[in-house]
Design a protein around this ligand. Structure first.
Ligand SMILES: [Zn+2]
Length: 461
């Protein structure tokens, strides 16, 4: 009976996918939803591809998953990934539907899945990954994820013991996961920009988990990312098996040391959090047994997905559109750190309202007080445009960060803000949330027209 129910679920799932495609609808979640409704143990029953590679963690999941899937696809493997879809159980079920034929036989060589850390409970025990990258564990949306220790306990409980882990040695939280599993660590050596005392508002791991003493840091990069030790007992950060020993921003390369051998890879993106993502992908590929010379070649062709990061030009202005996840104070702080430490005079346009929640006006705004808006308090940032119905909340936060009021433009309507903002600028950073991506693209187009008009024939008009 169970097997019949499974096949009905599989066929229904495939049919729903085809129908949605015909209707030109997004078909990433609903086919899986139908499958799970008909057959609740669909994830367990579906026969898996020979290789199942997963990525989870608070930040960097999508970028890392896409890199891994792209590398494997470029190497000629047949790959199914949930790259454009949902990373919860329904999205994973949809990916499984694609990975088998109508008889339930696997038709691809590898499944590369982004898995939501909180939903791991409903996914990991059933898909049993061969490899799992945990990018990091941070404080995330309070409403959805409670606190990082809670997410830690989910992963620690539900990831199978057979799964080989690729962990971030510099993340004190996630590096402590699953003590019994086989694992390797990746990490970045001390950087010139590192400190020894936390400058961020949030540090989710400052106390020794063994003896409760305050930890000391050999170097601290941001939040709890760094290399720590306990002055009272022998607790300390793990040593990295894959050590990034050099970042060459000029030639856009990174050097990775593994087993005494150094390899130089093209740098996919210059933001440090994306360098971590690339290092995680390289470590996994090496463990997976991929030809690393080929991986270097493939890295040349990879870019961070355009929904996350994009550069374009309008008149004399360079526009950088980048994701700063709303309600995720660490992700947002990372982006503000990146924008705040860029060079040259610039404008920052911030639109981080949650479009889904603002319909009901129930968005919890407390998270912005965990975000390091202080990074934007530099005279090189000539104007900060705060746009959207919550703009006045952001203004309060910016003023608390010591940013002079005359540098702030506040506007409830995002499109109108484009008209009002200064156009005589070299560089513009457009920061958006996942839910405001489409609106950000619309604004970018409007900016291109407005900025080009304001700058005709090489002169400001
Ligand atoms: Zn201790």
């Amino acid at each position: 009976m169970g097997i019949l129910r499974y096949f009905i679920a599989l066929w229904a799932s495939k049919t729903v996918f085809k129908l949605l495609r015909l209707l030109k609808r997004n078909a990433t979640m609903y086919p899986g939803y139908v499958a799970l409704k008909i057959c609740p143990d669909y994830l367990a029953r579906t026969k898996k591809s020979p290789n199942v590679l997963c990525v989870t963690g608070t930040n960097g999941k999508t970028t890392t998953t896409n890199m891994v899937a792209d590398i494997l696809a470029q190497s000629g493997m047949r790959v199914v990934s949930n790259r454009y879809g949902s990373n919860i159980n329904t999205g994973v079920a949809t990916a499984l539907t694609h990975s088998v034929n109508i008889f339930g036989k696997p038709k691809v060589d590898a499944l590369v899945l982004e898995v939501d850390e909180k939903f791991s409970r409903l996914i990991m025990p059933f898909i049993k990954p061969d490899y799992l990258i945990v990018t990091n564990l941070f404080r995330d949306s309070l409403k959805r994820n409670a606190h990082p220790e809670y997410i830690f306990s989910i992963l620690d409980t539900y990831v199978p013991k057979e799964t080989k882990l690729v962990l971030n040695a510099d993340c004190l939280q996630s590096s402590q996961l699953l003590k019994e599993n086989k694992k390797v660590y990746f990490g970045i050596d001390k950087l010139d920009s590192d400190v020894t005392e936390c400058v961020n508002i949030i540090n989710d791991f400052s106390i020794c988990p063994v003896c409760d003493e305050k930890l000391k840091f050999n170097y601290l990069r941001y939040h709890h990312i760094g290399n720590a030790y306990c002055p009272k007992c022998d607790f300390k950060s793990y040593d990295a098996d894959y050590r990034l020993t050099n970042i060459d921003y000029e030639n856009k390369t990174i050097t990775v040391l593994h087993h005494g051998k150094e390899d130089v890879y093209p740098m996919v993106n210059r933001a440090l959090y994306n360098i971590y993502n690339e290092l995680a992908a390289i470590s996994l590929m090496s463990e997976f047994g991929a030809d690393l010379d080929k991986v270097k070649e493939y890295m040349h062709k990879i870019s961070v997905t355009q929904t996350r990061y994009n550069e374009s030009k309008a008149g004399k202005t360079e526009i950088v559109r980048t994701l700063a996840k709303g309600q995720n104070s660490v992700s947002c702080s990372r982006t503000l750190d990146f924008v705040g430490h860029e060079k040259g005079e610039r404008t920052v346009f911030i639109m981080l309202d949650d479009l889904l929640e603002r319909k009901d006006s129930s968005e919890f705004e407390g998270w912005i007080f965990d975000v390091d808006f202080e990074f934007l308090n530099t005279p090189e940032i000539k104007q900060i445009v705060l746009a959207g119905p919550r703009c006045y909340d952001y203004k309060v936060r910016c003023l608390m960060a010591g940013i002079p009021e005359e540098r702030i433009l506040c506007e409830l309507d995002e499109l109108k803000a484009v008209e009002l903002m200064d156009k005589d600028i070299e560089k513009l950073y457009l920061l958006h949330d996942t839910t405001t991506f489409d609106l950000a693209c619309e604004l970018e187009e409007k900016m291109k027209v407005a900025f080009s008009k304001a700058y005709k024939g090489g002169e400001q008009v």
